[in-house]
Design a protein around this ligand. Structure first.
Ligand code: ADP
Ligand code: MG
Length: 278
């Protein structure tokens, strides 16, 4: 049975569209501040682009609040999977469900490019993430809170152009967090950052995930990042989940520990052997 799902788009994606801002001013009343994550169940998910069968039957259950990393070689369909989860693209077959109704603000995606509005100051860029709540009386206060969660309260009146790459990504994270999402998907969000900034962003991601309890889905090409952050690492191969690896290491995790290094090694060997077969 095919289930057609999700029609509305998260505003993190819409933020890059010229028609977004006027629509965002429409008031639909106050939205309660949620805490906690949503479970995610995917059954028989398929997606092709013309004759390119990208996802060939994804079956996956993610419990509420779990931190899942997704790895796989370039072009294996990681971004496609995230776009389907976020409702940014339509599925061909199968189903995606979140254990009940979801609002557009409940599911957010953060991309590698921060996608900030250059003509809006930092605080206004974060407010964009409130979507239909943007005109509510507490919009400023909520955006200020999200900015302090990403340690950028002092940059609220700056233009995006004066920020460093890491700071721009923190604004993008603040914009994703401001609506208190239940599921937050990250598509290689740290890929363009230098090594030190990357590590401090990884710590920030882990901290906000622990504080807010959303379900986190991180696509990354960096296996050491995957094992450092995630409860579970999924390896996608040939359109399916080929390996599902649990990371039991206690938090806070010791980067470079023997336990993480050994897990990283075994996941890398899965990836390399898949590469040898193609
Ligand atoms: N909108 C699209 N139109 C046509 N082909 C696409 C589209 N999006 C992705 N693809 C193709 O789907 C495959 C998977 O892409 P993607 O999900 O971006 O891979 P990954 O994120 O794992 O690198 C690639 O072959 C890519 O060219
Ligand atoms: Mg991708």
């Amino acid at each position: 049975m095919q289930t057609a799902l999700r029609t509305s788009l998260p505003e993190t994606e819409l933020a890059s569209r010229a028609d977004f801002v006027p629509h965002a001013r429409v008031v639909h009343g106050e939205r309660p501040v949620h805490t906690g994550g949503r479970p995610l169940s995917i059954r028989g998910l398929r997606k092709s682009f013309c004759d390119n069968e990208v996802l060939r039957g994804i079956d996956l259950h993610i419990p509420a609040g779990q931190f899942v990393a997704i790895v796989g070689k370039s072009g294996c369909g990681k971004s496609t999977l995230l776009r389907l989860i976020a409702g940014l693209d339509g599925i061909d077959a199968g189903s995606i469900s979140f254990g009940g109704d979801v609002q557009p603000e409940d599911i957010r995606v953060m991309f590698q490019e921060p996608r900030l509005l250059p003509w809006a100051r930092v605080l206004a860029n974060v407010e964009v993430g409130l979507g239909r709540d943007r005109a509510s009386s507490d919009a400023h206060a909520r955006a200020e809170k999200a900015l302090s969660e990403v340690s950028l309260a002092d940059k609220r009146d700056q233009w995006p152009s004066v920020l460093s790459g890491g700071q721009k990504q923190r604004v993008a994270l603040g914009r994703a967090l401001v609506s208190r999402p239940r599921v937050l998907a990250f598509d290689e969000p740290l890929g363009a950052l230098d090594a030190l900034t990357r590590i401090s962003m990884q710590r920030l991601l882990e901290r906000v995930w622990r504080d807010q309890g959303f379900t986190a889905i991180l696509v990354t090409h960096d296996v050491s990042e995957a094992v450092a952050l995630a409860d579970r690492v999924l390896v996608i191969e040939e359109g399916r989940i080929a390996h599902d690896v649990t990371v039991n290491a206690l938090r806070p995790r010791q980067r470079g520990s023997a336990e993480l290094a050994s897990l990283e090694g075994s996941i890398l060997s899965h990836l390399l052997s898949a590469d040898d077969r193609t």
